[in-house]
Design a protein around this ligand. Structure first.
Ligand code: SF4
Ligand code: SF4
Length: 64
């Protein structure tokens, strides 16, 4: 999973930090940053509860 946060739309409420059971997010400069996105389990809670719809977890395929 790749977790994308649109910093323009993020209002710094911190809901995603409290909500994510995997601890993916931290606040940085009053914006949410997905510092540990490798831990994401694709529950989509952050996407569904972000009040500004700033978060987009998405599947990515790596070809080695
Ligand atoms: S829930 Fe949305 S608006 Fe709130 S801190 Fe997280 S990304 Fe920003
Ligand atoms: S989809 Fe779930 S596990 Fe992944 S960052 Fe959002 S709340 Fe955390």
């Amino acid at each position: 999973m790749e977790v994308y946060v649109d910093r323009i739309f993020c209002n710094g409420c911190g809901i995603c930090v409290d909500l994510c059971s995997m601890g993916v997010f931290q606040m940085a400069g009053k914006k949410a940053e997905p510092f540990r996105q490798h831990l994401c389990v694709a529950c989509f809670q952050c996407r569904d509860f972000c009040p500004t719809k700033a978060i987009a977890p998405r599947w990515i395929m790596r070809v080695s």
